[in-house]
Design a protein around this ligand. Structure first.
Ligand code: ADP
Ligand code: ZN
Length: 612
């Protein structure tokens, strides 16, 4: 980047965007943030995953004098980040515990000699005196604090080392700081500002809307089969992430997919570090792998072409769900967020909350998170609107989620609710018994199962009063009563008990609107069309062969260089090249994602591949 690194001014941001990154215009919010930091001011940036946060500190680091120091907890990804920058012609290095002394010395020397544009640091490095003294001896253009929510003590990614970052300001008062996160809750936001000493920083809050992600939540019946069908019909050959709650179900699901011919890898905290790293690296490098994982996987995974995120178990909060699904479609191309959810999830989650460590206040907080997640699952409104509302933002119906595409009918579930709640009441009052959903539904349906007969439940007055609904519909009723707080579960067996609000329904003082689960979840055909998300989806027929040739060329080149394919070019860039068929280097250079360095390095090969 020698030609760029001196004498640049604020107005040069757009030029850097074009020349280095090959992008023609800024995304929402980027320009303002970049101008602010280039001018030497502090910033706190809240932007969704895929919103384009990296450029918000990378461009100011290139424009300002000195080295941009990026604090990031993602040690395993630093090498890839540096490789991606190097491919753009940006001079970058990192310091973390994975290096030996020689490698470290080399980076330190480059830093001192002013031969770096960006230096990535693990936060724990900043607790080491030698690092601080090193930084004192160089010229720093800015501090970027990535994944800034790691400073939030209530968050799931808390890193104690982040607390020490408040000292950056005292030690280097003239160096601007920019903290960035995709975590949107106002509480986290306030905590970041306080703990990083960023109260005087300007806050930039982008919209958390992710229009290219299609949100779908379906009733769970046979989750693995449902998943397989989704992958086969809509995501054949696509890269994606499948989230499961437990390590055991991660293992089982990965095996199941492999047995069914889908290239899948497991990832959870029970695997040894080397296997985890190897699986993560394969997922990033190879095309079309499916990662089956617990939520231990994902933070900072900046693979742009994750085409789907599937949840086989209910996430614990809307916040977590949003973060996890947000890993789909960073490149802006159509992607799917799919969740299968059922009654058993609610039972299991409530149980986990009841038995969780911590005080009552903590349990109440967990309960409130779960309730919000359940409300999202059971809504008849646009999922996107509900998610935005959760983060305190407004939006209009997305037109792309399952409820927008095939609006669920709602029906008056008051009588059904009364029947079900009365059954619970009878069991509790007349028999001093509590049962789970299965037994209660059997009673409503008038089934003389051995368990019903054994307990004499066929002599209850409520026996057989609910034959107008099917078993699946009754399960839907139970789920929705749980979601609305009109029923509650307790204990190891998920027994159903009344809540304070149940009395309002039983006393006919409250109506209970319910959502009817679609017969065939979200009308597969209609959704599938909208979601056809293979990167070739809306490419003109005649451009597909060229696209496939470019992909093959990219795969070979990436392998040769030992970098992920997206480091060479993104799918979106290859698509644009295939569709536009540029005939000269000059034309190729106009494509989004083709900067000067990549044009010089790969331009000729791309043109040859196109005409091959
Ligand atoms: P975040 O860190 O916010 O999740 P990234 O910085 O990884 O997002 O950016 C997401 C993707 O969008 C990246 O692939 C990046 O190259 C691309 N991108 C960012 N800004 C622009 C832009 N102005 N024009 C085109 N693509 C962009
Ligand atoms: Zn919608």
């Amino acid at each position: 980047m020698t030609s760029l690194d001196n004498g640049l001014e604020a107005g040069d941001a757009l030029r850097v965007l074009d020349r280095v990154f090959g992008y023609k215009s800024f995304r929402e919010g980027q320009q303002e943030i970049i101008d602010h930091v280039v001018a030497g001011q502090d910033a706190l940036v809240l932007m969704p995953t895929g919103g384009g946060k990296s450029l918000c500190y990378q461009i100011p680091a290139l424009v300002r004098q000195g080295v941009g120091v990026v604090v990031s907890p993602l040690i395993a990804l630093m090498q890839d980040q540096v490789n991606a920058l190097t491919a753009l012609g940006v001079r970058a290095g990192f310091l973390n515990s994975t290096q030996d002394a020689d490698e470290r010395r080399e980076v330190e020397a480059a830093f001192l000699a002013g031969e770096l544009d960006l230096l990535y640091l693990a936060p724990e490095r900043l607790r080491v005196d030698a690092t601080l003294r090193l930084l004192d001896r160089g010229k720093i253009s800015l501090f970027a604090i990535d994944e800034a929510h790691c400073v939030a003590q209530w968050g799931h990614d808390f890193r104690p080392d982040y607390l020490a970052l408040s000292m950056l300001h005292e030690r280097w008062p003239d160096v601007p700081r920019i903290a960035l996160t995709a975590t949107a809750t106002p509480a986290t936001h306030a905590e970041i500002a306080a703990r990083l000493n960023l109260r005087d920083a300007r806050h930039f809050v982008a919209s958390f809307d992710r229009p290219n992600i299609q949100y779908r939540i379906v009733p769970k019946s046979e989750p693995r089969r449902q998943l397989l069908k989704l992958l086969r019909t809509e995501h054949a050959g696509d890269a994606g992430i499948v989230y499961c709650l437990s390590r055991a179900s991660v293992e089982k699901t990965a095996e199941f997919l492999v047995e069914n011919g889908i290239a899948a890898l497991p990832y959870h905290a029970g695997l040894d570090a080397r296997t985890r790293a190897a699986n993560q690296s394969r997922f990033l490098r190879e095309d079309g792998l499916v990662m089956v994982a617990t939520i231990a996987f994902g933070m900072g995974i900046d693979k742009p072409d994750v085409r789907f995120v599937a949840h086989l178990d209910l996430p614990k909060s809307v916040e977590g769900y949003y973060q996890e699904t947000g890993r789909a479609g960073r490149d802006g191309l159509p992607s799917t967020a799919w969740l299968a959810y059922g009654l058993q999830d609610v039972v299991q989650q409530r149980k986990m909350i009841d038995t969780s460590e911590g005080d009552d206040a903590h349990r109440r907080r967990l309960g409130a998170h779960l309730d919000a997640m359940l409300a999202l699952c059971e809504t008849v409104e646009c999922r996107g609107v509900r998610i935005l509302a959760y983060f305190g933002q407004e939006g209009s119906a997305c037109g792309n989620c399952d409820t927008c595409l095939s609006p669920p009918e709602s029906w008056d579930g008051t009588i059904a609710a009364q029947k079900l709640l009365s059954t619970v009441v009878r069991l509790m009052r007349e028999r001093r018994q509590k049962f789970g959903a299965g037994q209660i539904i059997d009673i409503l349906l008038g089934r003389q199962t051995p368990k019903v007969v054994q307990h004499g439940h066929d002599s209850l007055t409520v026996f057989g009063i609910g034959t107008e609904l099917s078993e699946a519909e009754w399960r839907g009723v139970v789920r929705q009563l749980l979601a609305q707080g009109l029923l509650s579960v307790e204990g190891d067996y998920g027994t159903l008990v009344l809540t304070d609000a149940s009395a309002e329904v039983l006393g006919r003082r409250r109506e209970v609107p319910m959502r009817r689960d679609p017969e065939r979840p979200a009308k597969a055909a209609k959704v599938a069309k909208a979601a056809r998300s293979a990167p070739t989806a809306d490419l003109p027929e005649e451009a597909v062969p060229a696209f496939e040739r470019l992909r093959a060329w990219r795969a070979a080149t990436a392998k040769e260089q030992g970098v992920p394919a997206y480091v060479i070019f993104h799918d979106a860039t290859l698509r644009e090249i295939a569709a536009g068929a540029p005939a000269s280097l000059e034309e190729l250079g106009k494509v989004s994602g083709v900067g000067e360095n990549k044009l010089a390095k790969y331009g000729q090969q791309v043109l040859e591949t196109l005409t091959a």
